[in-house]
Design a protein around this ligand. Structure first.
Ligand code: 13P
Length: 252
């Protein structure tokens, strides 16, 4: 079993001062949890401040998105090197909000995954179907296409260190969580895709997180599924007690 991993995606929340307070509470709260990996993804404006707070701690720092180019005329974008410079170890790529609200394509996610790994950033590759796709029995097709693109130019060794997050779009911010059985059936499907593309050893090592209305009271039943290796948390990560509750519930 891979070591559990819980990531808080702060999305477009928290001023720098608020981010400092939350990061401090998370850092101090997970201090005794030796058997789980934790990371937070603050907005860009708070990355450097949170990076200072987390330096030397066990909590990882993640960007919420990234441009694939090294530098250049890309107004509003952030490069892999800039994320590294701010202290990031991870970057969330292909989040459904990036895909559906900002037009991020499978091809773009593919390039970003490659660029992240080239800069020693661990990609957290998000995949997941919309409600309409689920209702028209396209869940597995969509997840296959997104996963296959995201890992296409990733070597087996790199894939083993990467993270996939299954986030059904209909469960994000809606309070409607996938049932543990619904999550498990997609997670094992993803693991089989990875086995096919990168080998059985990689499929066993890669961490597959579930995201979509994870709360302290449903985290343990989700993580209890054999192929759910952790959680990517939105709303419930914005307050330290609920995020720490999810971290505690995800320890195996
Ligand atoms: P919620 O936990 O608010 O549903 O958000 C999930 C998510 O999108 C994490 O990336």
């Amino acid at each position: 079993m891979p070591r559990p991993f819980v990531v808080g995606n702060w999305k477009m929340h928290k001023t720098v001062a608020e981010a400092r307070a939350l990061a401090t509470a998370v850092r101090d709260g997970v201090r005794d949890f030796g058997d789980i990996d934790v990371a937070v993804a603050p907005p860009f404006t708070a990355l450097a401040a949170v990076g200072e707070i987390l330096k030397g701690s066990e909590v990882g720092l993640a960007g919420q998105t990234m441009h694939e180019a090294g530098k250049g005329a890309f107004t509003g974008e952030i490069s892999p090197a800039m994320l590294r410079d701010a202290g990031c170890s991870h970057v969330i790529l292909g989040h459904s909000e990036r895909r559906h609200l900002f037009g991020e394509t499978d091809q773009a996610v593919m390039k970003k995954a490659r660029a992240a790994l080239d800069h020693s950033l661990t990609p957290i590759l998000c995949v997941g179907e919309t409600l309409q796709e689920r209702e028209t029995s396209r869940t597995f097709d969509v997840v296959e296409r997104q996963t296959e693109h995201a890992l296409r130019h990733v070597t087996p060794e790199e894939a083993a260190r990467s993270v996939v997050a299954y986030e059904p779009v209909w469960a994000i911010g809606t309070g409607k969580t996938a049932s543990p059985e619904q999550a498990q059936e997609v997670h094992i499907f993803i693991r089989k895709l990875v086995a096919r593309s990168h080998g059985d050893g990689v499929a066993r090592a890669i961490r597959i997180l579930y995201g979509g209305s994870v709360k302290p009271d449903n985290a343990s039943s989700l993580i209890a599924e054999p192929d759910v290796d952790g959680a990517l948390v939105g709303g419930a990560c914005l307050e330290a007690p609920s995020f720490l509750g999810i971290v505690a519930a995800s320890r195996t």
